[in-house]
Design a protein around this ligand. Structure first.
Ligand code: NAD
Length: 210
């Protein structure tokens, strides 16, 4: 895993800048100023210049940033300039929705970096079923698939009680980053990156403002 010196918030904003640049590139826009990038990303121009300065000198005085160049540089910094092979562990309601979403994005969007390279479950009734071109396999096949496909990320979409086990299997198979959707605290070795995604927590947070 990369030892990054840039603050987390900056890395997160890079993904936002890349989204704006991807859209600008689709519109054949050649240059973008930090002002325009800022307006479209909802971040101040000064913040953008500061964020990008962590990684190098990308702009040209007076003309701003060359869209394709900056797009390529940010993609490279985020490791999404090449396919990122990932697995989904737990092919239930959420796992299947995420599988469909990512498979369709990849079909529709040239250069979409996240490639679903394994979809796993333990329910024997589900094994062998196809979800938008991905076959549900038994979780026992995970180590082999990780090696074969170069899977480096896993999304955990199993019930809370199974989350730690699923994460352990992923880590021992060689996965380096986990996005956990299960409402459970998962412990991982320090060299594996863990992010939690939780719509319900966000809903509670939002409900406070009603
Ligand atoms: P689900 O019951 O439809 O699916 C869970 C699947 O995991 C099932 O197919 C089950 O067979 C499989 N499974 C169980 N143990 C497993 C194991 N050890 N290895 C592999 N597969 C295993 O549930 P769901 O509605 O898809 O929700 C999945 C998880 O996501 C739950 O923990 C739920 O609380 C959580 N969730 C999170 C969010 C969020 O915003 N983070 C939103 C919805 C659901």
């Amino acid at each position: 895993m990369r030892d990054t010196t840039a603050p987390e918030v900056v890395v997160r904003r890079l993904a936002l800048y890349l989204r704006v640049l991807n859209a600008a590139s689709l519109d054949d826009q050649e240059y973008i100023s930090s002002q325009e990038l800022g307006e479209r990303a909802g971040i101040s121009a000064a913040q953008i210049r500061k964020d990008l300065a962590f990684f190098g000198e990308f702009g040209k005085q007076g003309v701003g940033y060359e869209v394709q160049f900056l797009q390529g540089e940010i993609a490279r910094i985020l490791n999404v300039d090449r396919p990122v092979h990932f697995a989904i562990i737990g092919a239930g309601e959420l796992g299947i929705a995420l599988a469909r979403y990512t498979q369709r994005r990849r079909q529709l969007e040239h250069g979409y970096p996240f490639w679903l390279s394994g979809l796993f479950d333990v329910d024997l009734e589900k094994i062998g079923q196809l979800v938008d071109g991905a076959t549900i396999e038994h979780v026992d096949a995970l180590p082999e698939r990780v090696k074969q496909k170069g899977i480096r990320m896993a999304l955990i979409t199993v019930p809370a009680a199974a989350a730690q086990n699923a994460a352990n299997s992923a880590v021992s198979a060689g996965v380096r980053a986990i996005l956990n959707f299960a409402p459970a605290r998962v412990s991982l070795p320090a060299n594996v990156r863990l992010h939690d995604a939780d719509v319900t927590l966000d809903l509670h947070h939002l409900a406070y403002f009603l």
